[in-house]
Design a protein around this ligand. Structure first.
Ligand code: CDP
Length: 219
């Protein structure tokens, strides 16, 4: 198990996907499941965890193996298009703070991680709570403006000063909820390698992690 954790928009998901591709490993984006559950909560206009979980199962929220990828599905379709909107992003930390929701996600992650020989998981609590025995743990960070700018560019927009400030505030609000919740808060595991990506290129951060994995798991 390779755990990549860190705050919002630190580049975990894209980095984890590329690390997994280079190592022939399975990639699991735990945030996608929290986002899927949040989509369900918003559609059902409910914040009751029992109701959210029942609705999620009724709508078939699940991870499926598709070619070399593991993809979240909802209503029989890839969930990606409906889990990245602003409404989901603004609510996901509230939903992810509920213990029952976290148990539901962790069960699915543990199941799917066993599908391959090697799995790369990214999230907030993978190295601390979901797989505390992971062979390699990385904590990715970057300064708030760097993270805000990347998120804006990811949406295909121009990062003006004002937009960066607004986005940095939204990221900070989400990090604050994720770090202060009682169950599995966002924090760096003591044995996680800290990588600050503020001044690193994408390839460089991927290579550092791949090198770390090869060093720890030579086989
Ligand atoms: O991509 P980004 O960093 O914006 O977020 P994400 O990985 O898609 O995760 C969305 C939200 O799900 C986070 O802000 C957390 O509230 C929650 N989450 C969590 O609590 N634990 C995880 N392992 C992954 C995500």
């Amino acid at each position: 198990m390779i755990a990549i954790d860190g705050p919002a928009a630190s580049g975990k998901t894209s980095t984890a996907a590329e690390v997994a591709r280079r190592l022939g490993a399975t990639h699991l984006d735990s945030g996608a499941l929290y986002r899927g559950l949040t989509r369900v909560a918003l559609d059902a206009e409910s914040r009751a965890p029992e109701r959210i979980v029942v609705e999620a199962e009724r709508r078939g929220l699940e991870l499926r193996r598709e070619a070399d990828e593991i993809v979240p599905y909802l209503d029989g379709r890839p969930a990606e298009p409906v889990i990245r909107g602003r409404d989901v992003t603004a609510t996901v930390s509230e939903v992810a703070a509920m213990p029952l929701i976290r148990e539901w996600v962790n069960r699915r992650l543990r199941e799917a991680a066993a599908w391959g020989r090697l799995a790369v998981l990214d999230g907030r609590d993978i190295g601390t709570d979901v797989f505390p025995d992971a062979a390699v743990k990385v904590f990715l960070t970057a300064t708030p403006p760097a993270r805000a700018e990347r998120r804006i560019r990811q949406r295909g927009q121009d990062p003006s000063g004002e937009a960066v400030e607004r986005e940095a505030r939204a990221l900070a609000a989400r990090d604050a909820i994720d770090s202060s919740r009682t169950v599995a808060p966002l924090r760096r595991a003591e044995d996680a390698v800290l990588i600050d990506t503020t001044a690193l290129g994408f390839d460089e951060q991927v290579e550092r992690i791949v090198a770390l994995v090869r060093e720890r798991l030579p086989e």
